[in-house]
Ligand binder design. Structure first.
Ligand SMILES: Cc1cc2nc3c(=O)[nH]c(=O)nc-3n(C[C@H](O)[C@H](O)[C@H](O)COP(=O)(O)OP(=O)(O)OC[C@H]3O[C@@H](n4cnc5c(N)ncnc54)[C@H](O)[C@@H]3O)c2cc1C
Length: 353
């Protein structure tokens, strides 16, 4: 290589891509991020950052701002649809909730001006001059298709999700588990409330739901959670006015996250069900680990060897989280075996005190 400093192309300026870019910029790399969206989004709900993700954010210089801009979660309860408590955690939970746009803004602020080219399809760029190409292009990743073909395309779960933020009115943090239904309520900065609701409709009905207009999606939300406890009714009545709505899909277990000069990170590598609240955390861990393993831009170490270390450091652990999320989804939205489930969860919460 004649050039002294290495160059990285990052396809996708989401949470994983911007984390990788921030780590590589810190290590002296010349980084170009291609992001299809025209700008950082202004709307988005809160994401829970677990301790490992906060430690990874520290390695790229983002942790203090994320801690300052987020909200610590103090207590949380798992409820039945009638509001009765299955289990409650009464001590501070080591999770920091931050709004997705705020997190993206913090990461973007760590990059030199012009690093991110917004409104650009990275898959249409000439990537020949880069030492490394990072596929951070989300669940329908073009980079994953380049590496592995269409056999590993994302698969529909048959579930749909509504998500939103209430600007006023605080509610205790809870997750309510009903047969084929789930509703989460978490705190957000400045006294706001974050909510998410999930319904397992089956693949055909979830596709049909996507083509409903806003009023139809709001009516489906209402019908899916009718008769649930008082807080659920109040949150959803207010939330019907403004929500994000989408289908849930997952990426099957990939045999590798890398090519000879390409690495997949985040949802491109392992999009999962959201029930452990870990998708963004794992994207952050991927991005920070990849940057650390690629090392300083002027290092003579082999890029291919660093990518192999990245694959062994991140593939199995992140795929374990994917399996764990699927298991929790099945347990949380189960239709049978509820008594033993609730007894086991209640016991686990009491033992954790
Ligand atoms: C209901 C729900 C709740 C969740 N809660 C949590 C939580 O509490 N904690 C948590 O850790 N995670 C949570 N997640 C998961 C989390 O949102 C995702 O895992 C995370 O956003 C993935 O980040 P990413 O950077 O890999 O992908 P994305 O955030 O999807 O970013 C990919 C980016 O690539 C861009 N892109 C795509 N194709 C191209 C292209 N060809 N060229 C250029 N740009 C392109 C897209 O525009 C996008 O900006 C939740 C998910 C859901 C559905």
């Amino acid at each position: 290589m004649d050039r002294k400093f290495r160059r990285a192309a990052v396809l996708g300026g989401g949470i994983g891509g911007l984390t990788a870019a921030a780590g590589l910029v810190r290590a002296g790399w010349d980084v170009a991020v291609f992001e299809r969206a025209p700008a950082i989004p202004t709307r988005g709900t809160a994401l829970g950052m677990w301790p490992a993700a906060m430690r990874a954010l520290a390695t790229v210089g983002a942790e203090p701002a994320v801690r300052a801009g987020g909200t610590a979660m103090s207590t949380a309860a798992t409820l039945r649809p009638d509001g009765s408590v299955i289990a409650a955690v009464q001590r501070p939970i080591s999770m920091n909730l931050i709004a997705r746009p705020a997190l993206l803004g913090i990461l973007h602020g760590l990059l030199p001006p012009g690093t991110v080219a917004f409104g650009v399809d990275g898959a249409a760029q000439d990537l020949g001059g880069f030492d490394v190409v990072v596929g951070a292009d989300g669940i329908n990743s073009a980079v994953r298709t380049w590496l592995l073909g269409h056999g590993y395309d994302a698969r529909e779960t048959g579930k749909v999700v509504w998500r939103g933020t209430l600007e006023a009115g605080q509610f205790p943090a809870s997750e309510t588990w009903g047969p084929g239904r789930l509703l989460g309520i978490t705190p957000r900065e400045a006294g706001k409330t974050n909510w998410y609701a999930c319904a397992d409709l089956g693949v055909e009905a979830s596709r049909a739901a996507l083509s409903l207009d806003r009023a139809g999606q709001a009516a489906l939300l209402h019908a899916s959670f009718a008769g649930w406890h008082e807080d659920a009714g109040r949150v959803l009545a207010a939330g019907e006015a403004d929500f994000l709505f989408h289908q849930l899909s997952v990426v099957p277990a990939l045999p590798t996250f890398i090519g000879s000069r390409t690495a997949l990170i985040g949802d491109a590598a392992h999009a999962m069900e959201p029930n452990l609240g870990r998708g963004a955390c794992e994207a952050i861990l991927d991005g920070a680990t990849l940057a650390a393993l690629l090392g300083p831009a002027d290092s003579p170490a082999s890029v291919a060897a660093a990518l192999r270390r990245y694959d062994s450091a991140r593939r199995r652990p992140s795929q374990r989280i994917v399996r764990g999320s699927a298991l929790v989804a099945r347990i949380a939205m189960a239709s049978s075996g509820l008594r033993p489930r609730d007894a086991a969860l209640s016991l686990a919460a009491r033992l954790a005190r």
